[in-house]
Design a protein around this ligand. Structure first.
Ligand code: AP5
Length: 218
């Protein structure tokens, strides 16, 4: 099964993607994670991407599309994949379709996490991530066992650079102006399904899993 997770910053895409991909044994492809990895490694792509990410802007399409195209055509995706954070505009969506066509694949479903702006802001302002293993926590919704310390590797937990207030505002504006139109784009293709992103972590997982089963995707 080949899925896209769509929703505003802080909708919980990454958190839900981790549980769904484990449950359905499909690959998790997160452009945000891939770009942050490139930044960490000091790769050329990372250096360019960081300038945009720090401002809360979208990284240029050519960079993002090329890393996704290489990944979705990989032969290791025999059970399918879940795309998290891609596509983010119609150009990326068209290029994704082309890449999938070339390898005889198609998207089965786009799961839209309909999320209020208040929820997005609360989640992003409380998110803390591990500097070593990138695990994700939340100060109140998903606190670590020890304050400031990662449960998995004991690494230090910090706020993501782009979760500062001004950058969050910009990311939400960019979502509204450049990404929201994908809801209608995929509605017209008949593959958009919606769940409330305001649900807590467990309820959201249950709703998404039930929806996949109803759609005959499990
Ligand atoms: P990316 O990392 O993809 O950021 P995003 O889409 O803004 O999404 P987030 O990672 O901020 O939030 P999320 O929805 O995954 O929420 P999460 O699960 O972490 O991209 C970062 C940047 O990279 C972009 O701004 C852009 O510059 C660039 N980029 C990426 N893709 C691109 C593309 N395709 N084109 C161009 N540029 C691109 O949860 C957030 C917090 O809430 C966590 O603390 C979590 O613990 C908590 N939480 C999660 N779910 C729940 C829940 N259900 N209930 C309660 N708490 C929850």
């Amino acid at each position: 099964m080949n899925i896209v997770l769509l929703g505003p910053p802080g909708a919980g895409k990454g958190t839900l993607a981790k549980t769904l991909t484990k449950e359905f044994k499909i690959a998790h492809i997160s452009t945000g994670d891939m770009l942050r990895e490139a930044v960490k490694k000091g790769a050329d792509i990372g250096k360019t991407a960081k300038k945009y990410m720090d401002r809360g802007e979208l990284v240029p399409d050519d960079i993002v599309v090329s890393i996704v195209a290489a990944r979705v055509s990989g032969e290791d995706l025999k059970n399918g994949f879940l795309l998290d954070g891609f596509p983010r505009n119609e150009k990326q969506a068209d290029r994704l379709d082309n890449s999938l066509n070339e390898t005889g694949k198609k998207l089965d479903l786009v799961l839209y996490l309909k999320t209020s702006q208040a929820t997005s802001i609360k989640r992003l302002s409380g998110r803390i991530v591990c500097v070593k293993c990138d695990a994700n926590f939340h100060l109140t919704n998903m606190p670590p066992r020890r304050k400031g310390v990662c449960d998995y590797c004991a690494g230090k937990l910090i706020q993501r650079d782009d979760d500062r207030e001004a950058t969050v505002k910009r990311r939400l504006t960019v979502y509204e102006s450049q990404t929201r139109s994908l809801i209608d784009y995929y509605k017209q293709k008949g593959i958009l399904r919606e769940v409330s992103g305001d649900l807590d972590i467990e309820q959201l997982f249950k709703s998404a899993k039930m929806l996949f089963e109803r759609e005959g995707l499990s």
